[in-house]
Ligand binder design. Structure first.
Ligand code: 5BU
Length: 474
């Protein structure tokens, strides 16, 4: 197939069927434009449809590797259909109006996580329509790295998409299309120049690619945080190659110290409930800190403070436990309002302290609502130096790559306990749900051989993390 000849034929056809018009037009937003595109009309011209699908196939698709094609709704849908039939690859369809359809899926068709999908689109301006389709496909665990386009208007779409890791191949750029039409005396040189300069002047805004925190390695995220404990924790994870936090929910201090002597080297964080220990002494803390030093882990007291600021300031620094003196970080509810964060930051004697705010819980029927979670994330943004991260369950709960997602409710098999705890698997919480530090309590503590079991958890969780940052499933 002589591609250049066919491209010329297509350009002239598009002009003939009024898919591209030149003159004085007004855009929807009231701006004057010398050119107008409407590729929706191509469905009325089977010869043009055939030409487009042949060209896309030979020029852009033939040698690509992919499992599915997906057209950006709506103009590209019939073209994607033709290509699917021609290449014998399955097609996926994205619904634009999932909301009004209630529970209907955003993507129709059969697919598996990790499969690759090629995007088909007619015209790109800013690239935002392509990006919407890419985002929906990625949410389903599909890999989307390439898009094939009929016409690139050269208004910033290519750069925006490439910035979001989507490479595009187009049949024409606007300049190429104009040159063909000028050469064939369909439009004057002057008109061609006017159109090109108009399009250059009206560039689409740059869409800043959003950093997906879950795809960044811990060492990179250590550089992006404002909280010193988060920085230390990211660094410990990267050096010890573990994202496992053990929750030592035992009531005897000797048993806790014994256990930590065995599993300390495998964990990045040790989570305590200091008020469940029956033989608490100050010496326990001395030994706990020594183990933290020896095995290079941090200590999180899971106190879940939830009172007014004044009371929390006292609970944090006074009483029998004086938590603020030995815990690197604590868990705090956002429920009472910002005063609770002021209380902890005011009571912390040095700046090297952290707070995990509770944005979601793992237990069945808990009363936290999506609005509460959102407000919690907003509250945290006001205290960047204090907040280490969130205790939460979902990848979409927050975006800041400098904060840590601490996720409890994890065991090797998904299950429940008799008091409402819900367990997800390491694969689910790390790969799908975006967990950075994974809390395991009874999964290790109640095992016959806790040390061996800690290694199993550590290895499984680390493998999932490596798979996640290698970008296979985003
Ligand atoms: P488990 O034995 O793995 O179920 O222990 C989980 C620990 O995490 C336990 O200490 C809980 O207090 C803690 N936890 C939780 O399970 N779920 C939550 O949402 C929060 C904390 Br917040």
């Amino acid at each position: 197939m002589d591609i250049n000849h066919k491209l010329e034929e297509l350009a002239l056809s598009l002009y003939r069927i009024d898919a591209i018009k030149f003159g004085d037009f007004m855009t929807k937003s009231g701006i004057k434009t010398p050119v107008y595109f409407d590729l929706r009309v191509i469905v009325s011209y089977p010869d043009v449809m055939e030409l487009i699908s042949d060209l896309l196939y030979h020029y852009a698709i033939k040698d690509s590797k992919y499992d599915h094609v997906c057209g950006v709704p709506y103009t590209a849908l019939p073209i994607a259909t033709l290509l699917s039939v021609k290449t014998k690859k399955s097609m996926l369809m994205r619904r634009k109006e999932t909301k009004s359809y209630g529970t209907k899926k955003a993507i129709e068709g059969h697919y598996k996580q990790g499969e690759t999908c090629l995007i088909i689109e007619d015209v790109i301006t800013s690239g935002s329509s392509v990006m919407e389709t890419v985002t929906d496909l990625k949410k389903e665990g599909l890999n989307v790295e390439n898009a094939v386009i009929i016409l690139d208007r050269e208004q910033g779409g290519r750069q925006n998409l490439e910035g979001n890791k989507v490479q595009i191949k187009s049949l024409f750029t606007m300049t190429e299309l104009i040159n063909i039409l000028v050469k064939n005396n369909k439009i004057s040189k002057q008109m061609g120049a006017d159109v090109i300069s108009y399009l250059k002047d009206v560039q689409a805004p740059v869409v800043v690619p959003e950093i997906d925190r879950a795809s960044l390695p811990y060492e990179k995220r250590a550089e992006l945080t404002s909280n010193l404990i988060a920085k230390q924790l990211f660094t410990i994870m990267a050096t010890k190659k573990t994202n496992l936090c053990i929750s030592v929910d035992l009531t005897s201090s000797t048993k806790i110290l014994d256990l930590l002597g065995k599993v300390g080297e495998h964990v990045c964080l040790v989570k305590t409930h200091i008020d469940i220990i029956e033989d608490y002494t100050d010496n326990f803390i001395v030994q706990l800190r020594q183990l933290a030093q020896k095995y290079n882990f941090l200590i999180l007291e899971d106190r879940k403070y939830a009172d007014i600021g004044n009371t929390v300031a006292l609970q944090y620094s006074k009483g029998l436990y004086k938590v603020g003196e030995w815990a690197d970080c604590v868990t705090v509810h956002s429920l009472p309002g910002e005063g609770i964060l002021k209380a902890v930051s005011g009571s912390a004697k040095d700046v090297n302290k952290g707070v995990f705010l509770l944005a979601e819980m793992s237990s069945e029927g808990n009363l936290i609502t999506p609005d509460y979670t959102e407000a919690t994330v907003k509250m945290a943004a006001k205290y960047p130096e204090l907040i280490t991260g969130f205790v939460c369950q979902n990848r979409t709960t927050f975006k800041d790559p400098g904060l840590i997602q601490l996720t409890p409710g994890v065991q090797l098999e998904s299950s429940k306990d008799e008091l409402g705890q819900v367990y997800n698997t390491p694969e689910k919480v790390v790969l799908e749900n975006g967990a950075d530090v994974i809390v395991v309590g009874r999964g290790i503590v109640a095992a016959k051989n806790p040390e061996l079991q800690a290694v199993v958890y550590k290895d499984t969780l680390w493998k999932c993390y490596i798979k996640r940052i290698s970008g296979k499933i985003e």
